[in-house]
Write a protein that binds this ligand. Structure first.
Ligand code: GDP
Length: 603
């Protein structure tokens, strides 16, 4: 493309715009965006491309070389940036993190555990117990996280219970949690989601504190809980391990103080230090569109200090921070490390789990978010999974015979049953590729996973949360819901069958013996035959057998009885046959006649 620089691109020097701009050109850019950045009309760009023999519409992308050529031709200067440059310097700028600048920060805690073991109750109890009376009348506001103070030190709790938020964040390469509190009901013991929580925490390398809850119940059996945990490699102190455990009751508030102390003890070991000064960065914990207030997001500051007036970028959205509201519903001017705040002033709703960082100005914010939006568009345009049918077609065209699935179910038992039924469907030719099978509702991380592998998400007796279904809609991921395993397996089976190559099924229909061979002008060699078995049909497949050896396979050109072309000839009757493109036929040869069908196979 550069070689053509000397060629006229359809615009004379004297037409060059008076205003010359510095145009930032990424690796690829749409025609519309290029025009926009040059403050030129899109048609101008389209015309110039046409003169180069490239037909483009405003939504088509051009490469950086072409874009540069056009921009220069129009009298602008060009600054080329690679995609990675756009993201550069957004996070982790340790340059100014000198040891003396580091301050302690509060630990961030997630409460995990099996459903009904008391996660929500515990979060509420801790919060209630620690709201200083008189403080804003004790009114609190749920923003997705809160801070409590114990003996002058703070602890931040993420109050979206369960490992879903935890996993969603990790799936996006971010980790919000320093400590996981594993709630196990003393009257119920270790359950499937307890085990899952342990796996998640371990995978993330986050230390666990066990809270044995419901100790007020007469049937509470904490020893049983501790013993059961051993099987999952959680060794509590009293069992000779190092995991701290606390007996609590969310109902009576017994043991809550001890739990907070234990968290602080664990936090000390972790030595959580971070720079308080400097541009803030962190994570979006929750985000929603609020009537009246617009797009709001709760963020957890992880380093630096977030202030009113800052411009922050989170995922594909940005905000000029208009107001910051803390977990007590109060307006604050700034939020330091480990502090959760609600941010007002977003231009759109970011996603939970998005990292955020403060940038120097509006232009930078736009550059980053536009780049990210474009990256998403390109990704989805370039073959994001869609419906089951479309996905199958894509797989078929690509010659792929793996059928990727993300499966979420209500209980471990049904998930296992589904997985084993689906695995049974697999053959050498096609197989179900189960990327993930787990218990619980469908979360963003499930959808992200599916998107990454062009998979379908299957929900068995579970539903997608709002964020997950929004994400699925945005990325064109199909989520299918089932409540009968048989239906689920049947659908997948049909879909997978579609990936099988159709079978060529042959049915024998008859034999004929060649009695005589005639040479007929214009037609060529014709065999005078007698049908000895079954029937012979016009259009059917034929094989020529000589001494029981197949010497030709092909099609019949003609099938005649006396002078007439006929559709079929019955056993015992005589007929004339000629082959398509084949003439080496002799008296005594046998003709085998068969029908061929292509049949869509099923598993
Ligand atoms: P989650 O599903 O883990 O969030 O559990 P919840 O917090 O919703 O609690 C489930 C049930 O257990 C509710 O009916 C609570 O009232 C009850 N519960 C929670 N903690 C305790 C406790 O310490 N003692 C007793 N007796 N009941 C509790």
């Amino acid at each position: 493309m550069r070689r053509r620089r000397d060629k006229k691109m359809g615009r004379n020097q004297q037409d060059a715009p008076k205003l010359s701009r510095e145009v930032v050109i990424p690796e690829v850019i749409t025609v519309a965006e290029l025009a926009n950045r040059m403050a030129e009309r899109s048609v101008t760009v389209i015309k110039m491309l046409m003169q180069q023999g490239q037909m483009a519409t405003i939504n088509d992308v051009v490469d950086a070389d072409t874009a540069e050529l056009i921009a220069q031709e129009l009298g602008h200067t060009v600054r080329r940036v690679s995609d990675a440059d756009v993201e550069e310097g957004l996070y982790d700028i340790p340059a100014d993190d000198k040891a003396e600048d580091l301050t302690d920060r509060a630990p961030v805690v997630t409460i995990m555990g099996h459903v009904d073991h008391g996660k929500t109750s515990l979060l509420d109890a801790i919060r209630e117990a620690n709201v200083v009376s008189g403080e804003a009348g004790g009114i609190t506001q749920h923003i997705g996280a809160y801070q409590v103070e114990k003996d002058g030190a703070k602890i931040t709790f993420l109050d979206t219970p369960g490992h879903e938020a935890f996993t969603a964040m990790r799936a996006r390469g971010a980790q919000a949690t320093d400590i996981a509190v594993l709630v196990v009901a003393a009257d119920d013991g270790v359950m499937p989601q307890t085990i899952e929580s342990i796996k998640h925490a371990k995978a993330a390398g986050v230390p666990i504190i066990v809270a044995i809850n419901k100790m007020d119940k007469p049937e509470a059996n904490p020893t049983r809980v501790r013993t059961e945990l051993l099987q999952h490699e959680v060794f509590v102190e009293s069992m000779g391990g190092e995991v701290l455990d606390v007996e609590v009751s969310a109902k009576t508030h017994n043991g809550l103080d001890k739990l907070l102390e234990t968290i602080q003890l664990q936090a000390e070991v972790l030595e959580l230090k971070v720079a308080r000064d400097g541009r803030a960065e962190g994570l979006v914990i929750e985000a929603k569109l609020d009537k009246g207030r617009g797009a709001v997001a709760t963020v957890l500051v992880q380093r630096g200090t977030l202030k009113i007036g800052d411009i922050l970028v989170a995922g594909t959205e940005f905000a000029r921070v208009r107001a910051l509201i803390n977990d007590k519903g109060e307006q604050v001017k700034e939020a330091g490390p480990s502090v959760p705040v609600e941010v007002l002033g977003f231009n759109g709703v970011p996603s939970a789990g998005d990292r955020f960082s403060v940038v120097e100005n509006d232009a930078r914010a736009r550059e980053v978010t536009e780049y990210r939006q474009r990256a998403i568009r390109e990704k989805t345009a370039g073959g994001g999974a869609t419906s089951l049918e479309q996905m199958m077609n894509q797989l078929k065209v690509a010659g792929i015979s793996k059928f990727p699935l993300v499966i979420k179910g209500d209980v471990q038992g049904s998930v296992e049953a589904i997985v084993s039924s689906l695995n049974k469907l697999s053959t050498d030719e096609v197989s179900a590729q189960i990327l993930m099978a787990g218990v619980g509702g469908i979360t963003e991380s499930d959808v992200t996973l599916a998107a990454a592998s062009n998979a379908i998400v299957i929900g068995f007796n579970v539903r997608a949360n709002k964020q997950a279904s929004d994400l699925a809609t945005r990325d064109g991921i199909e989520i299918r819901y089932y409540n009968i395993i048989y239906d689920l397996v049947d659908d997948v089976k049909n879909a997978m069958s579609g990936l099988l190559k159709p079978e060529r099924r042959e049915t024998f229909i008859g034999y004929a013996t060649i009695k005589e061979v005639f040479q007929i002008t214009k037609v060529g060699k014709v065999a005078g035959c007698q049908v000895t078995e079954g029937i012979v049909e016009r259009g059917a497949g034929v094989r020529l057998l000589r001494d029981n050896v197949v010497i030709h396979e092909g099609k019949l050109k003609t099938l005649k009885r006396f002078k007439d072309e006929v559709k079929e000839v019955q056993v015992g009757q005589e007929c004339g046959m000629a082959f398509e493109n084949y003439e080496d036929i002799r008296a005594g040869d046998q003709i085998e006649c068969f029908r061929v069908e292509t049949v869509q196979r099923t598993l």
